[in-house]
Design a protein around this ligand. Structure first.
Ligand code: NAI
Length: 244
């Protein structure tokens, strides 16, 4: 389905990013696996991806740093001969009630979740304009749609992702570049480890279970594929009905 396409996935050493990288590879895409600290894990994901017969390489890239994004993207463009798909997945939480949240907690989350996506899009912008084709997928969250007590920083970053997505969709539509956002609810990953046994939380979800990273990855494949060429500027919830 994605045969011969070159995809870049940020924060892909584990969780949802890892699942997306592997699902893309399974569908024939070459994958650039970006990681922040976990070199070994990222190399392992690259090995697993390469087993599908595609090109796969891990790159260290802290998306909060504009220069790191610039260097990494130009390296990837050289190595892969262009980028067709960009997935902005890297994200962190620093949860606290707004009253107790210090400026560093706020800035760190905005820098990775929102500015990180902006940096990566900006670095890939010319590549997409030149190609007159592209798929940008930004990972938002239902917290960005509904708000969530204790997540002023995170919700603001994820709501910002939605504004960024719609703006880029409008800017690049003339070049046949689609830009969409995925808004997951509770997905089983390291980020949500502490929620797993929380009965109260599961009760709030109409489908009564947490989602799986592979389910988010399947949606990312759909948005990366040509079948969704007429969808842009959209935010798709994958949350078991939580934000309905
Ligand atoms: P995770 O914590 O397992 O993975 C996040 C990845 O981002 C890690 O590989 C981490 O190293 C990377 N990362 C963090 N800071 C980075 C930086 N500055 N530069 C580059 N990479 C960085 O989390 P998970 O659950 O896989 O989350 C992936 C995305 O999905 C995040 O954007 C998260 O906000 C979003 N999301 C997750 C939900 C969930 O329930 N797990 C729900 C809604 C959204």
């Amino acid at each position: 389905m994605l045969k011969g396409k070159n995809a870049v996935i940020t924060g892909a050493s584990r969780g949802i990013g890892r699942a997306i990288a592997l699902k893309f590879a399974e569908n024939g895409a070459n994958v650039a696996i970006l990681y922040n600290g976990s070199k070994d894990k990222a190399e392992k994901v690259a090995q697993e991806a390469a087993a599908f017969g595609v090109k796969a390489k891990a790159y260290a890239c802290n998306v909060a740093l504009a220069d790191a994004c610039k260097e990494t993207v130009s390296e990837i463009i050289k190595d892969f001969d262009g980028i067709d798909i960009l997935v902005n997945n890297a994200g962190i939480t620093r949860d606290k009630l707004a009253l107790q949240m210090d400026e560093n907690d706020f800035d760190a989350v905005i820098a990775t979740n929102l500015k990180g996506a902006f940096h990566m899009i900006q670095c890939c912008y010319r590549n997409f304009m030149k190609k007159k084709y592209g798929k940008i997928i930004n990972i938002s969250s239902v917290s960005g749609i509904m708000g969530n007590a204790g997540q002023a920083n995170y919700s603001a970053s994820k709501a910002g992702i939605i504004g960024l997505t719609k703006t880029i969709a409008k800017e690049l539509a003339g070049r046949h570049v689609c830009c969409n956002a995925i808004a997951p609810g509770f997905i089983e990953t390291d980020m949500t480890e502490s929620f797993k046994e929380n009965e109260e939380l599961l009760h709030m979800i109409p489908l009564k279970r947490m989602g799986k990273a592979e389910e988010v990855a399947a949606l990312a494949v759909f948005l990366a594929d040509d079948v969704s060429d007429y969808i842009t500027g959209e935010v798709i919830r994958i949350d078991g009905g939580l934000a309905m």
